[in-house]
Design a protein around this ligand. Structure first.
Ligand SMILES: Nc1ncnc2c1ncn2[C@@H]1O[C@H](COP(=O)(O)OP(=O)(O)OP(=O)(O)O)[C@@H](O)[C@H]1O
Ligand SMILES: CC(=O)N[C@H]1[C@@H]2OC[C@@H](O2)[C@@H](O)[C@@H]1O[C@H](C)C(=O)O
Length: 377
């Protein structure tokens, strides 16, 4: 197989747990070529189990943990098979799958740091017949890094412009910032919550999994005392490298930091959570990308009109636009990245940026699960 052009299939479910993103990509001299992409929805019951585990609600026993790993692996395999069918591409044409899996715990600091992504890669290999690369974050954590964010290297490949500092913001469940320096330097970190808390509050108040177009937030007013209390969380002032997740920013966090939140008007809380996302991202840009005239946004938050408009207003006169304006689909950047990271692993090349994650050095990321019956090329 021609390594240069062979397609890779990237899979990820992010911290929003809104679905499994899948992208089929080949990496040519002219950049990535997307052959197809889709989002495979989670069955409701499985999504609820993932959210409960990821937010640290109660204990999970080893049997339930093992079953969850396999159930997530099966759903990931189905996402890959659906994409191959949609793209009309035989599995044999694909060099490997890069499966991020589902993060259920991320504790990269402390004496025994770890990060945990579920989705049994052996199940994905067995069901697709393909080589699978998985477990992309642990080598970086073992090397003293955060294991996240891993996307900045791809942002640099796709969105850097020489002589110009650009900021790239992923508005996922968690938001992360990448700074593409005018001098070619790349760094980045997680700024804090983006959609995760918005989704959770909307689910609690309206029974809807997300605030479509940000309409609920737009109906409320920002509560200044609540916003101040939330922004006082020490995470926001920590210097990079840093990364976070649902185990930190969840509904209980909101109610613990400001017990009175439960008595406020529901739409006002939603407006304040949206302002928290805007403010934490904007302050991160002001501190770490002060000379960026352009901010490119990707992730599902691009579709939240209120969030996008408020961020644009807050960051003016900087130009804020979706990565779509640069020809990069904001919904599939992460899946494309894990296809690229799988390729790095297959070629034996490093995938992390130590300047971002804080690892001791470049590391080859991911573990290889060989294709069950196809001879390896
Ligand atoms: N039309 C819309 N209106 C409002 N919000 C939307 C809309 N479409 C998507 N979103 C938001 O985007 C979220 C999904 O974003 P995305 O897929 O980028 O997150 P993720 O990849 O799971 O997170 P992360 O990048 O932190 O891992 C949804 O949970 C929802 O909050
Ligand atoms: C541990 C983990 O899953 N982190 C995610 C999460 O979602 C956004 C942000 O926090 C980022 O650090 C990361 O995802 C992307 C894919 C990354 O590694 O760049």
């Amino acid at each position: 197989m021609d390594e240069g052009a062979a397609p890779y299939l990237g899979l990820i479910s992010g911290t929003s747990v809104d679905g499994i993103d899948a992208a089929l990509v080949s990496f040519t001299a002219d950049g990535p070529r997307l052959h197809g992409a889709l989002t495979h929805p989670w069955p409701d019951e499985l999504r609820e189990r993932i959210l409960a585990v990821a937010q640290g609600e109660g204990e999970i026993d080893l049997d339930a943990f093992g079953r969850l790993d396999v159930a997530i692996g099966q759903a990931f395999a189905q996402a890959a098979l659906n994409l191959l069918a949609q793209a009309g591409m035989p599995a044999a044409a694909v060099r490997a799958i890069g499966s991020h899996g589902q993060t259920v715990r991320h504790r990269p600091c402390g004496p025994l740091p770890f990060t945990l992504q579920l989705g049994d890669a052996a199940v994905i290999a067995e069901r697709t017949g393909l080589t699978v690369v998985a477990d992309f974050r642990r080598a970086d954590v073992a090397a003293g890094g955060q294991g996240a964010p891993l996307l900045p290297v791809l942002h640099a490949m796709l969105l850097a412009r020489s002589g110009q500092t650009r900021a790239v913001v992923n508005l996922g469940g968690i938001a992360n910032l990448t700074v593409l320096g005018a001098d070619g330097q790349v760094y980045g970190f997680d700024t804090g919550p983006a959609n995760g808390l918005l989704d959770a509050w909307c689910q609690r108040q309206c029974g809807q999994p997300f605030d479509r177009d940000g309409a609920f937030a737009a109906a409320g007013r920002v509560d200044a005392a609540l916003l101040t209390a939330l922004l006082a969380d020490p995470y926001f002032a920590l210097p990079p490298p840093k990364s976070t997740g649902r185990e930190h920013f969840h509904l209980q966090w909101l109610l613990e930091r400001y017990p009175g939140a439960a008595e406020l008007d529901g739409a006002d809380v939603q407006a304040t959570l949206l302002a928290l996302s805007v403010e934490s991202v904007a302050q991160a840009i002001e501190r770490h990308a002060a000379d960026a005239a352009e901010v490119l946004v990707c992730g599902g938050g691009v579709h939240n009109r209120t969030l996008f408009a408020r961020l644009r207003e807050r960051l003016a006169p900087r130009r804020l636009q979706s990565t779509a304006a640069c020809g990069v689909d904001p919904d599939y950047l992460e899946a494309i990245a894990f296809a690229w990271l799988a390729r790095q692993r297959v070629l034996g090349l490093p995938g992390n940026l130590p300047a971002v994650t804080g690892a001791r050095g470049p590391r080859v990321l991911g573990a290889l699960y060989a294709a069950p019956w196809r001879a390896q090329s």
